[in-house]
Design a protein around this ligand. Structure first.
Ligand code: F6P
Length: 327
């Protein structure tokens, strides 16, 4: 198949993640090195439907590695969920003679790619880009490391004021369906408790834990709450805890989209470069309909069908360790 591939397109889709630009740069440069022409599609599937494609040369992706967000822009496309939208998208790819695509995004992106590639004959290689780190087939996703670094820095600052006032802080981090950000932020910031969607932590258990802490003369505490936590976000949990536990002055901080921005960390830059490189190498090797990932430092490819149906969960040993270290 590699002989037939002359032009590829690259796009970013879903929530942006720091490091996506490094992946775009790696795709463009690896492709150029192999004499392929590359087109950048603006705003993910939206731009594909609208035919918003632009040639990207080697120098067009210079000086973007250190920038957060995505220079290609991104979107969540409702139109691509319809057969008409996908037909229009395929026609755009035909109009630009695109032979294969690299899609950088999260599970929504690859669910769309899976449907698209069963309807139309176009090879797509996925690159895992989301701060949530909730994608199967890779140890880490692009943006996760930067996001937890940002969240940990924020919690460090909150600790200073929590300590000064003997306050109980509930800090909400992102993770609509997963607790990777919360768990790692909690461990890295030395939080007193971490609430994640994957573990059913009852309010009574949290109150009990805080009571024990108070008995051990713990004068302040920080609880990290994943936004997708079963019993509510930080504000809701704080309200419920306050009702039955008034030892502390309780405050809530929501880190929100701060976690999605900023210059990517070293780990994310290297990860994104490897994944972008691996995506183009996969196209050249004739692979298609799969997602590139890194497992135990090695590049691995997982078919879309498996990648989008299997879940990756936070390591239970880490959860247990976090609880022990918080005593
Ligand atoms: O990028 C993933 C994520 O950050 C989730 O954790 C969060 O729920 C969601 O995106 C919010 O994204 P948006 O504000 O773009 O809808």
């Amino acid at each position: 198949m590699s002989n037939e591939i002359k032009r590829i397109a690259v796009f970013t889709s879903g929530g942006d993640a720091p490091g996506m630009n490094a992946a775009v740069r790696a795709v463009v440069r690896t492709a150029a090195f192999n004499d392929l022409h590359v087109y950048g599609i603006a705003r993910g599937y939206e731009g594909m439907i609208d035919g918003d494609l632009k040639r990207l040369e080697v120098r067009d992706v210079g000086n973007i590695m250190h920038r957060g967000g995505t220079v290609l822009k991104t979107a969540r496309s409702k139109r691509f969920m319809t057969p008409e939208g996908r037909k229009q998208a395929y026609e755009s790819l035909l109009a630009f003679d695109i032979d294969a695509c690299v899609a950088i995004g999260g599970n929504g992106t690859f669910t769309g790619a899976k449907v698209f590639t069963t309807e139309y004959d176009i090879p797509i290689i996925g690159v895992p880009g989301t701060i949530d780190n909730d994608l199967y087939g890779t140890d880490a996703t692009i943006g996760f490391d930067t996001a937890i670094n940002t969240a940990i820095q924020a919690v460090d600052k909150i600790r200073d004021t929590a300590d000064s006032h003997n306050r109980l802080f509930f800090v909400e981090v992102m993770g609509r369906n997963s607790g990777f950000i919360a768990l790692n932020t909690g461990i890295g910031s030395g939080a007193g408790c971490i609430l994640i969607p994957e573990i059913d932590s009852k309010i009574e258990e949290l109150v009990d834990l805080l009571r024990k802490g108070a008995r051990r003369k713990k004068l302040f505490s920080v609880v990290i709450v994943a936004e997708g936590n079963k019993y509510g976000g930080a504000a809701e949990i704080a309200k419920q805890v306050q009702e039955s536990f008034d030892h502390y002055d309780t405050k809530v901080a929501i880190i929100g989209h701060l976690q999605r921005g900023g210059s990517p960390s070293a780990l994310d830059r290297v990860l994104a470069s490897r994944l972008g490189f691996g995506a183009v190498e996969a196209i050249l090797a004739g692979k298609s309909q799969c997602r590139v990932g890194i497992i135990n430092y090695k590049i691995k490819y997982t078919p879309f069908q498996v990648a989008i149906t299997k879940n990756k969960h936070p390591n239970k040993d880490l959860v247990r360790m976090a609880e022990i270290l918080a005593i």
